[in-house]
Each structure stands twice: as structure tokens, then as C-alpha cells.
Design a protein around this ligand. Structure first.
Ligand code: MD3
Ligand code: FE
Length: 227
């Protein structure tokens, strides 16, 4: 089940196979401990985000909202983005292009949803009480934002409610559920939408994923961007 939710916004349901999901979780587990690994970042005002985060390729600091070569806490250079991740991102954008061409009359699909090759992967881990308020992602370069280069997101583990809309108001936002294996792409006209994760739905991860990885109750989200 694949859906174009808005121009430039494509949801590929259950796109990542269970086997690929298991490999992604194992990679995150390996890279996520020790220096440069998962931590609970803070905002400018000192409040902590209700999630654990780590970065690959480059670093992003929620406190300064800046991209950097090094980690703000331990001064480490983050690990590279594994090739398998980048290949999956590329395949997802290609399949989104096919979907758009099949369903809409478009001149050049690259205008509706540009291709991108990621410089950074931000990995968020939400426990059962995790959440992320409505926000826009606009810390990338002016060129990247201007071109509408997409953010590609992978959801793995417990399902999450996901809100998106044209305003910061949760009551005016549209809601979809993101399940394990779903890929969501936001590019072109949809790049600046407000979006957030109001709640994680307990005990919804595929049993085999938990058995194979020991992933604790929670949800992993990987977002890929070109700066
Ligand atoms: C729409 N992450 O990392 S993923 C984020 O589930 C972020 O962890 C959420 O928002 C999460 O910034 C949502 C879907 C997503 C990611 C980035 C977007 C949607 C987006 C950027 C622009 C528009
Ligand atoms: Fe975001």
C-alpha cells in the first residue's frame, strides 16, 4: 500500500522487509553505545527532548539547531552512514517517483519530488512515553530547502501516531499511523510542513523483530537529509 498524501509527500507502507528491519536495528544497536552514541538532547531552554538520539555522517544538535562535524557532548566524529541505508533511501525515492508518475500527470517528477543523497542520518529512539511536538525542519541549507530536497524517514518497532499540517496547531493537523517498516518521504511542496509524533502505541512491534534484536519496547525512527 503506497500513498501520495500530498504533492511531494509519499507514504510507502511496510516498505522495509522484516529482514532489513532486523539488520537496521542491529546496526543502530552496534553504533549506538559509547561515545557518539544515543543520548537525551536538550532544547535551548534546558528542557530535555522526550527521545534518545544519535547521528550518522554528521551531527545535529537540537540545542543550537546546527549541523557540525562533531558531537556536542563527547566531541566525537559520528560514524559514517552505512551503504545499505543509503541504498534503501535511493530505492525508496525511485519507487516514490514511479508511484507519482503512475497516478498523476507530471512533467518532470524531479520537480515534484527531487532526488537526494543523504549527508546525515538522525536516529531517534522513543520509549513508550516518547513524543515530539509539532515543528518544521528548517536547519538545512537554503539551497536544500529551496530545492525541496526530501527528508526520508524509516519507522521501526512500535507504531506511532504522526501528525502533519500547514500550521503548528495539533487540532488542525492530519493524522496517520506509522508502522514498523513504513517509509515516509517529504519533499518538494511538502518539505516545510509542520509535523510531530504525539504518541507511541505500546506493544505493536513485530514479534520477530523483538525476538531477533532484543529491541526494548519503543520505536526507532531514522531520518535522512542532504544539507
Ligand atoms: C516532514 N522525526 O527527525 S519522522 C525529525 O518520528 C522528525 O522521529 C519524527 O520529525 C520522528 O525531525 C518524524 C517523519 C518526518 C521527518 C522529517 C520531516 C517528517 C518530516 C521533515 C519535513 C517534513
Ligand atoms: Fe522533524
Amino acid at each position: 500500500i503506497q500513498k501520495v498524501l500530498r504533492p511531494g509527500m509519499v507514504l510507502l507502507k511496510r516498505y522495509i522487509s522484516l529482514c532489513e528491519q532486523i539488520n537496521i536495528v542491529k546496526t543502530c544497536q552496534t553504533l549506538g553505545v559509547g561515545p557518539g552514541g544515543f543520548y537525551r538532547p536538550g532544547y535551548k531552554d534546558g528542557a530535555k527532548l522526550r527521545l534518545h538520539m544519535m547521528c550518522l555522517g554528521l551531527n545535529w544538535d537540537p540545542q543550537t539547531r546546527k549541523y557540525d562535524k562533531r558531537h556536542p557532548i563527547d566531541d566525537c566524529e559520528p560514524p559514517n552512514i552505512p551503504c545499505e541505508f543509503c541504498l534503501l533511501v535511493r530505492r525508496a525515492i525511485q519507487d516514490a517517483h514511479c508511484l507519482i508518475k503512475k497516478n498523476y500527470i507530471v512533467g518532470n517528477v524531479e520537480d515534484v519530488l527531487p532526488s537526494m543523497s543523504p549527508d546525515i542520518c538522525i536516529i531517534n529512539f522513543y520509549t513508550t512515553n516518547g513524543r515530539l511536538g509539532l515543528h518544521q525542519d528548517r536547519d538545512e541549507s537554503r539551497e536544500s530547502l529551496h530545492k525541496g530536497l526530501p527528508v526520508v524517514s524509516f519507522s521501526i518497532g512500535n507504531s506511532a501516531e504522526f501528525l502533519y499540517g500547514d500550521q503548528r496547531d495539533e487540532d488542525k493537523a492530519e493524522k496517520v499511523v506509522l508502522d514498523s517498516g513504513d517509509v515516509l518521504i517529504f519533499g518538494g511542496e511538502s518539505r516545510m510542513v509542520f509535523h510531530g509524533v504525539p504518541s507511541i502505541i505500546p506493544n505493536t512491534a513485530p514479534q520477530a523483530l523483538l525476538a531477533e534484536t532484543g529491541l526494548r519496547r519503543g520505536r526507532l525512527n531514522l531520518t535522512f537529509r542532504q544539507l
